[in-house]
Design a protein. Structure first.
Length: 119
């Protein structure tokens, strides 16, 4: 059974940092692409960052967010710096055999973790 479990969300002030973690089990971690998506209230889920052989970012997080993964721990991370109120959302990690920025291409999803950035 595949499980993705996110952690690390919370409340932070504008300009602050958070690091999200996503621990994966039940899949061949190194063979999968992982992605981070987010969904704010009243908005559609959107791509934030992805990783497989390379890293990929949405334009509005480039230079502020960094995705990485530790194969030994089966964990993918999202380091978020210079946070803005518009980054407030529920953040989800997801896994797919192939990289994509389209959420519909991802088979497995975590439960999400709330990130709130206060102004």
């Amino acid at each position: 059974q595949v499980q993705l479990v996110e952690s690390g969300g919370g409340l932070v002030q504008t300009g602050g940092s958070l690091r999200l973690s996503c621990a994966a089990s039940g899949l061949a971690f190194r063979s999968y692409a992982e992605g981070w998506f987010r969904q704010a209230p009243g908005k559609e889920r959107e791509f934030v960052a992805g990783i497989k052989w390379s890293t990929y970012y949405a334009d509005d997080v480039k230079g502020r967010f960094t995705i990485s993964r530790d194969g030994a721990k089966n964990t993918v991370y999202l380091q978020m710096n210079s946070l803005k109120p518009e980054d407030t959302a529920v953040y989800y990690c997801a896994a797919s055999p192939h990289y994509s920025s389209n959420s519909e291409d991802y088979e497995y999803w975590g439960q999400g973790t709330q990130v709130t950035v206060s102004s």
